[in-house]
Each structure stands twice: as structure tokens, then as C-alpha cells.
Design a protein around this ligand. Structure first.
Ligand code: PMP
Length: 426
């Protein structure tokens, strides 16, 4: 096929290619990205570059085209890009597992290398259900979560997304029926903690696990809540024989100002999912970690194996890049960088508070959110950001940013200006 012009490419894209939550044929005209380097996306239409305020959905924490990650990918490519994981193993996967175990909250000892965030949540759910089956308690097969969450687009993850979040309403009544409590308030409220305890106690006989995003609910609404609720969950789960799963796919690897958000409360989960920034946003890979209690329980069952094994499990290329990304992160003062971005976003987004239609401005770590009191006009808001030279992806009533940690102060200020412009015009 000859090289495509931008209009040709867009026409073929519209006709043949599904985009996230998109219709077929496509209605919106996506921007065509030619290349990406540092924190900038270069557009193919010759209009120049955009500063990436999205880190490609929380993942590209070191920016694009990073020499260290490139080298890790290149070096591994020369050795082997993929080999099946059944009956074989390799250094990148083993090194990655060890790095993850060493850096993760206490007690997480065993790692399943999944190929996407949603799959890592599926695996987490299977681990929990299987654990209770193995212990002779097969009735414990439901999950409890709070509203406002998002855990992915495959079947079990969809069942624990906010049923009123508008993302999966089509499947109401078809998905597994889970137990929902209200969304966690931002500040600690004893009455809400009581509601959590009471719901866990009431449903304990049928609950396999509680699954939540700790401290920050991402795609379900970009809301922050008190870490103290994590302690409440831990205590209630322990008191009533329920496992606790933290979905750190969005929050992991420093985004909230802690390596994992669970650290804000020093609460270790039984199972933890990570993804997105695991490979610095280079490759598709995620992981599910669990404690020895969970693994030993599974091993004691009638079927003593975890029956999950995707083709690209433990992909060496992704694992090698993930190792390099983690070493890059831990080898620098990442917390100072995240705090620097937090301060820049606080400064820059303060102006948004006074805009008409803005309900709230929230900043935590390298996450900045402007909540509107109305549904955002996505097209107008994105275009306003692009005019400021910044890539944002507003949704629902939210304009938000989670830039790469390598974003310089001037670019952080620019992103904040773009968020304000998008809030004004969206
Ligand atoms: N859990 C959380 C908290 C997420 O933010 C996401 C992705 N937005 C997922 C799970 C699903 O991950 P993936 O898109 O890689 O399947």
C-alpha cells in the first residue's frame, strides 16, 4: 500500500477502525499522530506538536521515545520478542516479578503477568472466587464495591464499574450481580465508614472480595477520597472473611504521590492489580499480585491451579521494558517530580475555580481535575486545549490531566492554561 495522505488515512480510519466507545462508521475526526517524543505528540497534518496532558491514559510516565526504554526494547527484540509462557520461562518475566514483589505493599508475593488491565482484574476476581471454592465455601462468589468506580471493559470488571456511570448500562441485568455501596465521600465520615462495615457484614456469606480503586477513582469520575476508608475496608474484610482487592492500574507507580495509593493508608491488600504505567506506557502489559494466603488457598483446592493462561502472558518484550521503566522510576527522585507537578497544577488550576460552570478543582499528585456543573462539550473543550497546544480528553462533566512525570514547569503551566481554556469553552 502506498503511503497514505492524512485525508485518506482518516477516511479509512472512519470506515474500518473501531475507536474506544466509538460508533461504526466513526463520527469524530481523530487527530493523526505521526510520532511522539518527550512530552510532545507530533501531528501528521503538519500543524505541529501538542504537549500531552494525558500520558496516554495515565501510562507514559517517562514521556515518549525515552532512550532507556528504547534501548530495553531494542535489546530484548534482538534476543526474542515473544515466546510462549507455558512450560517456558525467561529472565525479563522473572526479573519483573521480583521487582514488583519488592516494591509492592507488604505480603504480595506472587505475580500473574497479564496482558491488559482488564485481564488483570479478571484474574484478580478468579483468584478470589477460586480461593473460597478451594476452602469449601463456593457461595462466596460476589464482589462488593463502591459506586463511582471503573475497573475495565471485560465482563467481571464491567460488573464492578459504577452501574450508573453510563459506560455499561446496556448490560444491566446481564452482568454478574455485585453489591454496591454509595461512592466514598472526599473527607472521612464515620457514617459512611459504618455503611461500609455494615454492608460487608450483611453480605459476608456471599462475598468473595471487596474491590476498589484506592484513594482515586479514575475513569468512573476522577474523584478522590480519604485513605482512612481503606483501613475500614481492611478491618471489615478481616473480620468477616472477605478478601480485599486494590485496583492500582491507574494509581500505581507514583501517580498519587505514593508508589501505590494504598501506601497513603499503609493498608496492604490481598490482591493488587497494576497496569498502564507498568511499562512506562510502551507496551500492553499488566499484573495481578497476590499474597501467599491466596495462592496457598488456591493450591489446596480440588483444582489446585489458577486456570488462566493467555497467549501473550509474560511477553518478554513488554517485561523487559517494564523492568527498565520501574528501574528508571526508582532510580530517580520521582516523588520530587510528582510533587513539583502537583504544585504546578495547584497554581495553574486555581484560576479555574472562578470560572462560571466550574463546580470544583481537585489536585492530587500528578493529577489535576476540573469538575463542571454540566456535561462537557467534548469537541469544543478539546479544540480549546489544542489551540493552547495541549492534548486533553475531557469526558462527562470533567476536564482533567495526568501528565508524564518528566513534564517541565513551563509545560505544566501550559497544560493548566489549556485545562482552564477547555473549562471555559466546553
Ligand atoms: N482499572 C482501572 C482503575 C483503570 O483505570 C483501567 C483503565 N482505564 C482498567 C482497570 C482497565 O485497564 P485496561 O484499559 O488496560 O484494560
Amino acid at each position: 500500500m502506498p503511503e497514505l495522505t492524512v485525508p485518506e488515512l482518516l477516511e479509512l480510519d472512519r470506515r474500518h477502525v473501531w475507536h474506544p466507545y466509538g460508533p461504526m462508521p466513526g463520527r469524530q475526526e481523530p487527530l493523526v499522530v505521526e510520532s511522539a517524543s518527550g512530552v510532545r505528540l507530533r501531528l501528521a497534518d503538519g500543524s505541529g506538536e501538542l504537549v500531552d496532558g494525558m500520558s496516554s491514559w495515565w501510562s507514559a510516565i517517562h514521556g515518549y521515545n525515552h532512550p532507556v526504554l528504547n534501548e530495553a526494547a531494542r535489546g530484548q527484540l534482538e534476543r526474542m520478542s515473544h515466546v510462549m509462557f507455558g512450560g517456558l520461562t525467561h529472565e525479563p518475566a522473572v526479573r519483573l516479578a521480583k521487582l514488583l514483589v519488592d516494591m509492592s505493599p507488604e505480603g504480595l508475593e506472587h505475580v500473574f503477568l497479564a496482558d491488559s488491565g482488564s485481564v488483570s482484574v479478571e484474574v484478580a476476581v478468579k483468584m478470589c472466587l477460586q480461593y473460597w471454592r478451594s476452602l469449601g465455601r463456593p457461595r462466596k462468589q460476589r464482589l462488593l464495591t463502591w459506586r463511582g468506580g471503573y475497573h475495565g471493559d471485560t465482563w467481571q470488571p464491567m460488573s464492578v464499574c459504577d452501574p450508573e456511570g453510563g459506560m455499561h448500562e446496556l448490560w444491566t441485568g446481564v452482568l454478574p450481580r455485585q453489591v454496591f455501596v454509595g461512592p466514598p465521600p472526599a473527607a472521612y465520615e464515620e457514617s459512611y465508614a459504618e455503611e461500609l462495615r455494615a454492608s460487608i457484614e450483611r453480605h459476608a456469606d456471599e462475598l468473595a472480595a471487596v474491590i476498589v480503586e484506592p484513594v482515586v477513582q479514575g475513569a468512573g469520575g476522577m474523584r478522590f477520597h480519604s485513605p482512612a476508608y481503606l483501613r475500614v475496608l481492611r478491618e471489615a474484610c478481616d473480620a468477616h472473611d472477605v478478601l480485599l482487592v486494590f485496583d492500582e492500574i491507574a494509581t500505581g507507580f507514583g501517580r498519587t504521590g505514593a508508589l501505590f495509593a494504598a501506601e497513603h493508608a499503609a493498608v496492604p491488600p490481598d490482591v493488587m492489580c497494576v497496569g498502564k504505567a507498568l511499562t512506562g506506557g510502551y507496551m500492553t502489559m499488566a499484573a495481578t499480585l497476590c499474597t501467599s494466603r491466596v495462592a496457598d488457598g488456591i493450591s489446596r483446592g480440588e483444582v489446585p491451579v489458577l486456570a488462566h493462561g493467555p497467549t501473550f502472558m509474560g511477553n518478554p518484550l513488554a517485561a523487559a521494558v517494564a523492568c527498565a521503566s520501574i528501574e528508571l522510576l526508582l532510580g530517580q527522585d520521582w516523588l520530587t517530580e510528582v510533587k513539583r507537578i502537583e504544585a504546578g497544577l495547584r497554581d495553574g488550576l486555581a484560576a479555574a475555580s472562578d470560572l462560571p460552570g466550574v463546580e470544583e478543582v481537585r489536585v492530587l499528585g500528578a493529577i489535576g481535575v476540573v469538575q463542571l456543573d454540566h456535561a462537557v462539550d467534548m469537541k469544543a473543550a478539546s479544540e480549546a486545549a489544542v489551540r493552547e497546544g495541549v492534548w486533553l480528553r475531557p469526558f462527562r462533566d470533567l476536564i482533567y490531566t495526568m501528565p508524564p512525570y518528566v513534564t517541565g514547569d513551563a509545560d505544566v503551566a501550559r497544560i493548566a492554561r489549556a485545562v482552564c481554556a477547555a473549562a471555559r469553552e466546553g
